[in-house]
Design a protein around this ligand. Structure first.
Ligand code: GLC
Length: 546
């Protein structure tokens, strides 16, 4: 599939639009907003999982891979969605959660009943002694990564929640099941697939983590990973010339990703990597705050651009998703310069080489949720983290502050359509409260502003869809040592584009070669192309020589 002109919009279905008033977003709600998405200009939608699930991890605990949770709708609703998307030139990407299943899944239930075939779908292991798990790995959501099953006197592995049991990919039957699931959705007309934490499937050793941590060095990018991906490709989506696939890759390297997403690798089309979204982690720890390290952010984005380009491999470009706090609050200024910084961030990421992903609400500059009490939170990771930090002796005030900065629920509050009750998301009681700022920051308001963020996103998206230099131009960094501007150029033949982004609320000067260049797009009205540019707070400029 040609990736160059794709722009993906991510919908967190539970929070997007609720058509039937039960407080949950649903497929009919999405259908009612397709004109909005068409107007934005995107050409693919990634949906977070909508299949049957106990919702311990909001659908990433899958209990049936082939059936929609009725709260989202039915297969008929999906067929209607698919048809309506098709009419608008929008393709559909589904989320495949193959590292683990819910413990409510039939396979796990059969395993628990003692069926050896299904026990071998998972990792059951003897403990080191009475009450002692097989190793010291910690779950990513807190606590040990093993759960004891008394009837077997064995433990099962769960890298995430205790209700998410890890699948045993060394078992060929498991691999075949996963390919069959992809093929099932292909038969329903789905061409896009996002593979959840897919570089964690190849566990190769169960020894203790010497750092007393999550054991990631024994399952990330395992020696069989490439083989597993090639097999999945060959048996399923690789048979579809129109496929578009992305793998979520945690804690990985450019070298590995170049292999996963190389043009001729026959594995995946592109990868999400997360290093650039850890530059505000103190000591590499998610729940420890520090201001974001701008030089490190630049260095990482640049290194990945160059590394993947050299290897002829493809990046997914993103600031936001359902697992990350909102970028405008994180890297911008969500108060004084919300509009400017939201547009700047969009420019900085979307003009890079790769495929941009826009997370719902980003296109109107939605900030963090700013919840102030634990009962507003729904995310299992955040709630566990709250209790762990409490045990560590942190004050409540400090913990709330950390959650306000880091919780995944910052991204999961209802899409604010207007300023009516519950942000126009539902007529019922929303499963998670709308963030207070919906009264001013909402789609209706932004669309009525000719200088709105949505209107700016439309322009960036059009550029991606129509300009070869944006699609395939060579990436080259500029002003690498500049302390507040992230700058680069894209070059294709004698076409050239320079992209300058001021990441701070203060003016910043720089010298560039602007001869023959003019301003193509900026988030300020009166920017001019000059050899010495002074960028205003959060100013972005795209210069072009055509
Ligand atoms: C991925 C998902 C996240 C989920 C986790 C476990 O990181 O994006 O939401 O909790 O995998 O499935």
């Amino acid at each position: 599939m040609a990736l160059e002109d794709k722009v993906v919009y991510q919908i967190y279905p539970k929070s997007f639009c609720d058509a039937d008033g039960d407080g949950w977003g649903d497929i009919q709600g999405v259908i009612s907003k397709l004109d909005y998405l068409q107007k934005l200009g995107i050409n693919c939608i990634w949906f977070n999982p909508m299949t049957v699930s106990p919702q311990k991890d909001n659908g990433y605990d899958v209990a049936d891979y082939r059936k929609f949770d009725p709260r989202y709708g039915t297969m008929e609703d999906f067929e209607q969605l698919s048809e309506e998307c098709h009419k608008r030139g929008i393709s559909i990407m589904f989320d495949m959660v193959f590292n683990h299943t819910s413990t409510a899944h039939e396979w796990f239930q059969k395993a628990l009943a003692g069926d050896e075939k299904y026990k071998n779908y998972y990792y059951f292991r003897k403990g080191k002694g009475p009450g002692v798990p097989p190793n010291n790995w910690q779950s990513k959501f807190g606590g040990p990564a093993w759960e004891y099953v008394p009837q077997f006197d064995e433990w099962y592995l769960h890298l995430f929640d205790v209700s998410q049991a890890d699948l045993n990919w060394t078992n060929p039957e498991v691999r075949q099941e996963c390919a069959d699931i992809v093929n099932f959705w292909r038969s329903k007309g789905v061409h896009g697939f996002r593979f959840d934490v897919i570089n964690e499937i190849g566990k190769w050793s169960f020894e203790d983590d010497p750092n007393n941590f999550d054991g990631r060095q024994f399952y990330t990018d395992g020696p069989m990973e490439h083989a597993y991906l090639k097999e999945l490709n060959e048996k399923s989506f690789g048979q579809d010339p129109d496929h578009i696939t992305v793998g979520e890759m945690s804690s990985t390297t450019i070298e590995k990703c170049a292999g996963y997403a190389g043009r001729n690798s026959h594995e995946l089309d592109m990868v999400f990597s997360f290093h650039h979204l850890k530059v505000d982690y103190k000591n590499q720890k998610k729940w420890e705050l520090q201001p974001f390290d701008f030089m490190e952010l630049k260095r990482l984005l640049t290194e990945w651009q160059i590394g993947m380009q050299k290897a002829d491999a493809w990046n997914a470009l993103f600031w936001n998703c359902h697992d990350q706090p909102r970028s405008v609050s994180r890297f911008g200024d969500d108060k004084k310069y919300r509009k400017e910084s939201a547009k700047m961030l969009a420019t900085a990421i979307q003009m890079l080489r790769g495929t941009p992903y826009i997370y719902m609400g980003e296109e109107i500059g939605m900030p963090n949720a700013d919840f102030t009490s634990l009962d507003q939170y729904r995310d299992v990771e955040s709630i566990n983290a709250f209790h762990i930090m409490e045990q560590e002796g942190k004050s409540e005030e400090e913990i709330y502050h950390i959650l306000q900065e880091r919780s995944r629920d910052n991204a999961r509050t209802p899409m604010p359509w207007d300023d009516s009750a519950n942000a126009g998301f539902t007529t019922g009681t929303p499963w998670i409260q709308a963030a207070d700022h919906y009264k001013t920051i909402n789609v209706k308001n932004d669309l009525s502003d000719p200088d709105g963020i949505f209107a700016y996103y439309q322009k960036l998206i059009q550029m991606r869809k129509t300009m070869p230099v944006v699609q395939t131009g060579l990436f080259q960094p500029l002003l690498e040592d500049h302390p507040s501007i992230f700058a680069y150029e894209r070059v294709l033949g004698n076409e050239k584009m320079i992209v300058l982004n001021n990441f701070y609320g203060k003016e910043a000067g720089c010298d560039i070669d602007a001869d023959g260049m003019h301003v193509f797009l900026s988030n300020y009205a009166d920017t001019e192309a000059q050899n010495h540019m002074v960028l205003r707070p959060y100013e972005s400029v795209i210069l072009y020589n055509r």
